[in-house]
Structure formats: C-alpha cells, structure tokens
Design a protein around this ligand. Structure first.
Ligand code: SF4
Length: 974
C-alpha cells in the first residue's frame, strides 16, 4: 500500500469527521469512543477501580494487544495488565484492529475466566493405567517431548510417515503447523472442517476457485444471510457490526433461518424454510431474475464460463451469448415461486417479495452462508452455490456492497521457511471415495481405522474434541481406547475435554493471551494482519526483562504450540540427518533454534507490505509495532481484482486455451496469496495459470480451471457428477418425501452467542448466562406428544436416543425440533472441568453404549470465590453421541440434520440419558459410503483428486497419482 495514499485518505477522513464536529480517532477503526484509551497512553493508563467504589482508587495499567481465540473471527483484544501485580485484570477491545474495530462479543472479555479458571490444566500429564481410566501423573516437558519425538523419529525412519497425524479443531493460526508437518515430510494434517464448513466451502469453491465469501455488508443495499449470522455466524462480530451499520443507512436484511433466532428478529424479511429446501427458494429467486431479464448481462458475458458450458453440454448450438441466455431461461424455468413454496413451506408471495428486493440490489447485494443449511443437508453445498448464483447474476461480485472472494480480503505472508510438499498421500484423511471433498474426511477416522485402512503411531489432537464434537462419539472412544489402532494419543489443549480423557499425554497449551499466532480474515473490503501474543511476555519485555520461552510468563508450565513444535522438531531430528532440523534453525545464529522473535520478526520485516515503513514512522521495528498495536491494515478498498490487467512482465512464453485461460512461464510473484490465480504448482506444460483473456485483454480472473466464474463445473462433470455440474437443488436426506409419517427433522447445529463449542466450559461468566440446551418444539407438536416446557422427551435417532427437556415455543416450524450443540459436557471422574461438566457413568456391553448423568455441577471451593456461587445444575445433553455419520458424497461434509422421532420420556428415563447401538452406527456409515463415486472408477486422468482444488497441506504432485492395482491402501508414499 502506498503510504502517501494511505495518509491522504486518513487526512480526508479526518476532515470529514471534524467537519461534523466530531473527534477523529486515527486508528484503523476510525471510531472515536471515549472508552478507547488513546494508544499514546498504553504504557501507563489510569482507571478508577470499580470494585473500590465509592472510594476513588486509581489503578495503573499497561495495555497490551492480543487476539481473541474464542471463535474464528480473531477480534482484537487489549489486555489490561496491572502494573503493580503484573497480572491481567481484564480484556477489552482493541481499537487498532481493523476487523473488530474495538468491539467484542461476550466471549472476548471472558478470556479472563479461561486464564484464571481454577480447573485449567497447568502441567504436562501422562496417563497411568489403561487409557481412559482417569488416572494421571505429572511429568516434565522433557520426558513427554523425548517420548513423542522418539516415536515420530522411528515412524519416519521406518517409512511409516502416514502413522503420524495432527488433528486440529480451532486452528487459531495461519499455517504454522502445516509447515511443521511439511518439514517432517508427512501428509498428516487433519481438521475438523468436515463437521463444520466443508459444505459451505464446496459451493463457493466450484464457483470461484476460492472457498469462502467476503461480503461487503457495510456498503450493501440488500443483505441476504442464510444463518443466525448476527449473533453467532462466521466472523460474526466483525460482520454483525457492519450489517447493523448498513441497516442504519437503510439497507434491507433478509434472513433464512428455520428458528426465530436473534438474527431473524432483526430482519426485514425472515423466512423459516423447511430444513434443506433453501436452495429451492434461491433458485426461484434466480429464475425470477433470469426470466425477467433482471440480470447483469455484461458481467455474465464477460465472467461466466458460459462458452465452455455450451461447448460441452450443447454441442449443437452455436456458442453465442444469446444462445446461452436462451438455455439459461429453459434451465431454471421449473423453479417457480410455487415450486419453491411447495418445497419450503414459505408462501409464494413472500418469496416473490424477496426476489423483487434482491433484484433491486443491483451490484450491492451482500450474501453469506457458511455452516447452517450447507452443513445440515445432503447436497447442502448447493446452498452456497445457489446463493452465490444470485451475486453472479447481478454482477455483485467484488463490488462495493457485493460479495468478494475471500482471498482478496485476506493476507497470508510468506514465512521464513517454506518446506517442500510432502511426497506422500494419506488415505486415512483423503480416501479415494471422496475425490472432490474440500477437506479431510476427519469424522470417518474411527471407521477407517476399524476397517484396517491404516493405524496411527502418534496422534495429536489440538484444541479438538472429537469425542464430544463429532457425530458418533462412541466410535471415537472405541478407536482411542484401542492401542493397536492408536499407538500414542497426545492432546494439546488449554482445558479439559472429553477427548483429552482418552489421551496418553495431556499437554497444557495457552489461551489467547498466552501464545503467538498470526491472523488475517476476510471481514470487509480490505486486508489486515493481526498478531496474537503472550501479553505478559510483552509486558515484561517492555519493562526490560528478557523472555526467551513463553513458559517463563505463563501460569504453571503452560506452553504455546509454536515453541513446542520447534522444540519437538529438534528432538525428532537432533543431528539434522532427517533433513528436518534445518527448517527450525535460526538464520541469524546458524546452529541455534529458531526463536519466535526471529520467526515473526522475519515475517513482519519481509512479507507484510507497508508494515516496515509504518513502523519506522513511529521509530519502531515491524515486530515492535505489532507487539505494541497488535494489528496492521495492509490495504483497504481492494476492489475487483479479477478485472486487474496482468502486467507484461508476468506474460512470458504464454499458452492460451480455447476458452481464454492464460498460462505463463514467468515465476510466481513474491506474495502468492495476494492474488491467487490458479493452483500453486505448474499445471500446463510446466506453466502456471496467470489470468484469462477477455475481450482481447489478459485479466487476473479467478483461480478456477477456466479463470472465470464457473457456472458450469467441468470438474464435477468429469469426475462422475454431471447432473450437478451447474447450480441446482438436491433434495436433502431429511426431505419430507424421505421421512416416515411420525418422523420430524432435528436441527442440532445452532450456536449460542455466548458459548464456544468445546472450550467455554471454563468461562464462568458465559456458563452463568447459557448452560443448557432444551429441545425447541412447536406447541402443535408438543400438544400431539403431550408435553409442556420442562417435561422430558426422548429423541430417537437412527442409532440410538437421548433424553432432554422440552421448550415449547412458536419460534420453530411445526414438524421441526432444534437443540443447540454447545451443551452436554461430561466427565467420567473428578478430573475435568467442574463448572459445566456433569459426571456420568458409561456402560458398554457388546454393541451397546449407555450414558447416564450421576452428578451435576455444584458449588465448590477454589481460589476463585465465584465457584461457590455456581447455582446451575442442568448442563444439557450430549446429543451428538446419538448421531451417525452422514458424509455428503461430494463435499464430504457431515450432514447434521437428523430424522428423529420424539416421544414423551418413560418413567425410568432421566435427563441426559444416552443410548447408542454401534451396529446401527456401522450400518449408517456403510449406507452413506455407497453414495460415493470413487476416484478409482471416476477419475478422468488417473489421479486421486483434481489438482486445482484447494487442499490444506498439499502433497507433491506425484502423490496425486492413484496407486497401481495391488498397491496397499493407506501406505502410499514413503
Ligand atoms: S466474535 Fe467474540 S469470540 Fe469471536 S473473536 Fe470476536 S470477541 Fe472473540
């Protein structure tokens, strides 16, 4: 970013604000709130101590920024470090953070609860006795590291690299660990994403080659959300504040949500479709735009791959745009308002009104969906695909008030080392049945292990709790307690979890204020980078102390992953003979370990445009700047990057396809993530995709095979799914035609605004606000069953049942029930979190599992007097245990919605009871597996997966080759 331009813009904004008689705040938020301490006074900020009122007692603070870790939004926090005690007194928002602009949700300040949680894990623990037996002994870091390192070293030496797996829940970082695994040469990265956002990602990925939307809500005329986005969606605090700003300026808000969520209450149009029919409504809106010629003709002509579509699917037609328009009208003609109404239960007049509103948005239509319907339904990935179709029809793509591809509003810097792609392919995470899955088939791991597809020598779980979070949790318990399948389970976690109970080592990792990470997320039309840091380390360094190891400032022996991985890697390869150690060595002091100051200092110095200059203007190094302010805005108003002309220096020895895709022999730019235009590896005669030729000019385009927005996906057509090659509607596994008369649909995925999946049981403020998960049920259904609010109901799924309290409400559709997934935390013994975990008994006989709550949380004495004030006893029900796996055959997303029967509970049943039959669990796994179209039979080119599709930790191109017949599955690569 040109600093002169930036300064000029800031000056203009200052003049405009001051002309209104307001005070201008010069930070990225541009918001002047008196509550924000001016950054000039962050070294010595004075406040009156509220607890001492009515006395006026002053407290002096050092304010140190960090980044919240309690959801994926990565909002800025300011830690108030008491200068007397050098302890954190509170967290508030960081006005220097361009995404969150000084604001937080309740979970941000509750970071303090997590830091001071009396039940947190402070020391490395090693299990005693059988795995899962609940007995632990404290060990030193050295002992744990040596044991783990030796096992990894042996696996690598023995050619068993696929037996090393790192399974992450909330990453909270940008690629550090992926590079660790690449340095080890293992294809061992696994994520939680297929129980989360794979459906959302898939729909976007097939359109634009990037897997997330970046809506410019603040400047939109019409905002369409398919989720409860204002209270709990993806990037919800940064997005929610911009949605509300737009509303204040007159923008209209449309919300699809089967529940009357807080978000729905803010909508101008709220519709509650029957679950899984969202795409039918979206296609009816699209059809309205198409049939009434309300689409942006020029945008479609230039940017859709319509020519490729006609060439492939309508060979007899002359490939003119007029012929494409004719085909388009025929293609979607059946998606009438009446059809959508019949499918969704939303009346046709309402859908028409929404369609007219969408049409009025022009290029200022911002849309968003992420989990929600995309994560609930078979074929849910068509929901984002049909949603983005509306943007693509209106040309509201990368426009002011439109929706951007995420990568243009996100910045991933180049680190000090970039290890090569691993020469291996791990079929435990990327099985050949799912060649188009955008993420790992992580939730099928226990089934794959049980089938003998592989085993694990060392299995890391990191901020990940599959026993509780995933469907089919008993399958996880069975796998984790089988030492033949999992040789060593290492849980890297800041807090106790149901999965950590089944570990061999529980290693304490830091919370948001106790670790380093980098973040950059697409939250508006701009790019920023933020720095999470151990705040006490920075505070003490400001006082002149030298801190080399974050354990020096963290409570107990709590560490942080980055230093842990560097240390572990040195122990895996102590003499450098495995070629690993070099990636973790200092460049400044060869032969010594890479320090995090050098690691991040390198990035900020060399890889973040504009940061060195900005820092120098304040007399700081780039690292000092980030330690002081926590965030830096690299660019704002990024604009339509697909329209940028590719400069001649990048057009070297080019090759151009029939459809205009341009490949070059010029080297890749130094910051490849700024403008992704194609797969990172050469993919056509050694050339790399660089742009697309449109109307005689080579423009950046999109990182799809065609370089355009792919209305037609040749990839889907070529890999066995021609019927879904264009955006369409797939009837869900819970479509009414598939349900028996007495079945209902259970929505089990909705978030509560003040809970954090599996990591907020240690946040007392949040627990007091929300601690249970009753079943939302409509009065008509409650009356039929004969229950009222507070009565127990039994919810029967395909593999078992759970018992929960009913909450009778008109805020849910008749025929649909809903239960939030946050609750039902449990522990088997005293070890665990006591504020939100019920103690349970587990019984296992043959294929049957039963769980019963035997003790509720109760007040207890600790160093925190508030633990004596715990008044809640109902901590909900762990419903996910009763769900079978439902992998979508294309996206791989677990389809969360359940067909259930709901009855009044029996006299012997208790709140929290769980029953599961594992035979039914296995059957469900197999039933869904047969829906797939595996690469062995459908790959058009002998590879496992289209190389252009994104993949975390992408292996070397040679590893994409399908193994020869007879080559064993799961032992591919070295
Ligand atoms: S939205 Fe809330 S939980 Fe998420 S990062 Fe921001 S403050 Fe933290």
């Amino acid at each position: 970013m040109d600093l002169n331009l930036l300064d000029a813009r800031v000056s203009a904004e200052r003049a405009a604000v001051e002309a209104r008689g307001e005070t201008f705040y010069p930070g990225p938020s541009r918001i002047h709130l008196a509550a924000f301490p001016p950054k000039e006074r962050w070294d010595d900020w004075v406040e009156l101590d509220s607890a001492s009122w009515p006395k006026r007692v002053e407290r002096r603070y050092m304010l140190v920024p960090t980044t919240c870790f309690n959801c994926e939004s990565a909002c800025g926090l300011l830690a108030y470090v008491d200068k007397m005690s050098l302890q954190i007194r509170k967290f508030e928002g960081n006005p220097e953070h361009p995404g969150s602009r000084g604001r937080n949700c309740a979970k941000g300040p509750a970071t303090l609860n997590q830091v001071t949680d009396p039940d947190r894990i402070l020391y490395p623990l090693k299990r005693v006795g059988r795995r899962g037996g609940g007995a632990w002994t404290r060990v030193g870091w050295d002992e744990a590291l040596d044991d783990i390192a030796e096992r990894i070293r042996r696996a690598i030496r023995d050619g068993r690299r696929n037996e090393i797996m790192y399974h992450v829940g909330r990453p909270g970082e940008d690629g550090f660990t992926e590079r660790v695994l690449a340095a080890w040469g293992v294809d061992g990265h696994n994520t939680h994403t297929n129980v989360c956002s794979s459906g959302g990602r898939t729909g976007y990925h097939f359109w634009m080659g990037l897997d997330r939307p970046s809506p410019d809500h603040a400047n939109a005329r019409v905002i369409l959300l398919i989720s409860s986005h204002l209270e709990s969606g993806h990037y919800f605090n940064p997005h929610a504040q911009r949605v509300i700003e737009a509303k204040a300026r007159g923008a209209k808000l449309i919300v699809f949500d089967t529940r009357l969520s807080n978000t729905a209450t803010h909508a101008d149009h709220w519709v509650a479709p029957y679950p899984g029919t969202e795409a039918a409504i979206l296609l009816a809106i699209a059809n309205y735009l198409i049939q009434h010629d309300l689409y942006n003709r020029e945008f479609i002509r230039r940017w859709w791959n319509w020519q490729e579509y006609l060439d492939r699917e309508h060979k007899t037609l002359y490939p003119t745009f007029e012929n494409f328009e004719h085909v388009l009208k025929l293609l979607y003609a059946s998606y009438t308002f009446d059809f959508a109404a019949a499918e969704s239960g939303v009346d046709a007049a309402t859908i028409r009104a929404i369609a007219e509103l969408v049409a009025s948005a022009g290029t200022r239509l911002s849309t968003h969906t992420w989990r929600s319907a995309a994560a609930g339904n078979l074929g849910g990935w068509q929901v984002p695909r049909t949603l983005f179709l509306l943007n693509a029809l209106l040309g509201a793509v990368a426009t002011e008030g439109g929706t951007y591809p995420n990568a243009w509003n996100k910045f991933v810097p180049r680190p000090i080392y970039v290890p090569p792609h691993p020469q291996a392919w791990n079929e435990l995470t990327w099985p050949r049945e799912y060649p188009l899955a955008v993420n790992e088939l992580s939730f099928l791991l226990p089934h794959f292990l049980r089938e003998g597809r592989g085993r694990l020598e060392v299995y890391f779980t990191r901020v990940y709790n599959p026993v509780w979070t995933n469907p089919d949790g008993f399958a996880w318990i069975e796998a984790l307690t089988n030492e033949r399948l999992v040789g060593l389970h290492v849980a890297l976690t800041p807090t106790w979890s149901e999965t950590a109970f089944f570990a061999d080592y529980v290693l304490p990792m830091g919370h948001a204020s106790e670790r380093h990470d980098l973040h950059s997320y697409e939250q508006y039309d701009g790019q920023w980078i933020a720095f999470r840091q151990p705040v006490l380390r920075t505070a003490r360094a400001r006082l002149g102390e030298r801190i080399d190891d974050t354990r020096q400032v963290n409570p107990g022996e709590v560490w942080e992953e980055n230093e842990f991985w560097i240390e572990l890697s040195w122990r895996v390869d102590p003499d450098g003979s495995l070629g690993i150690r070099g990636f973790f060595e200092s460049q400044q002091s060869p032969g010594k370990k890479l320090s995090l100051d050098e690691y991040y200092g390198y990035i900020f110095e060399h890889s973040v445009p504009g940061l060195p200059e900005r820092a120098a203007a304040e007399g700081l190094t780039p690292l000092e700047y980030m330690r002081r302010y926590g965030a830096f805005e690299i660019a704002s108003h990024v604009g339509p990057r697909h329209e940028q002309a590719v400069p001649p220096r990048e057009l070297v020895d080019i090759a151009v396809t029939d459809t205009g895709r341009v490949y070059t022999n010029a080297p890749a730019p130094p910051h490849p993530n700024i403008v992704p235009t194609g797969s990172p590896d050469p993919d056509r005669d050694g050339r790399r995709a660089v742009g697309v030729r449109i109307d005689g000019k080579v423009l950046r385009g999109f990182p799809t095979p065609s370089g355009r927005l792919e209305f037609f996906s040749r990839t889907l057509a070529d890999w066995g799914w021609p019927e879904y090659a264009v955006p369409t509607y797939i009837r869900s596994h819970v479509h009414r035609d598939r349900l028996a008369d007495d079945e209902m649909v259970l929505i089990s995925t909705f978030r509560l605004p003040v809970q954090i999946h599996t990591r907020s049981a240690n946040a007392k403020w949040l627990d007091e606000i929300a601690h249970t998960n009753p079943l939302w049920i409509h009065p008509s259904d409650a009356g039929r069953i004969g229950v009222g609010t507070g009565d127990l109901v039994r919810v029967e799924t395909e593999i078992g049942h759970y018992v929960v309290k009913a909450w009778v409400t008109e805020g849910i559709r008749p025929g649909v029930v809903a239960c939030s997934h946050h609750m039902g935390r449990w522990k088997l013994s005293d070890a665990g979190q006591r504020q939100m975990m019920a103690t349970v008994s587990l019984n296992h006989a043959e294929t049957r599992w039963n769980m019963r709550q035997v003790a509720a949380p109760q007040p207890y004495r600790s160093e925190d007097p508030d633990t004596l004030r715990i008044w809640w006893t109902d901590v909900g029900v762990h419903q996910n245990l009763t769900f079978p796996v439902h992998p979508d055959p294309i996206s791989g997303q677990h389809c969360w919605h359940q067909a259930v029967r709901v009855h009044k509970a029996g006299l012997n049943e208790q709140h929290g009871d769980i029953y599961v039959n594992m035979s039914a669990s296995t059957k469900a796994y197999r039933d869904w597996l047969v829906l797939t179209r595996p690469a062995d039979r459908h790959s058009p080119d002998g590879t496992r997966r289209p190389h252009w599709l994104m993949r975390p930790l992408r292996p070397a191109r040679s590893a994409y080759r399908l193994p020869d017949p007879g080559e064993p599955v799961g032992i591919v690569g070295l």
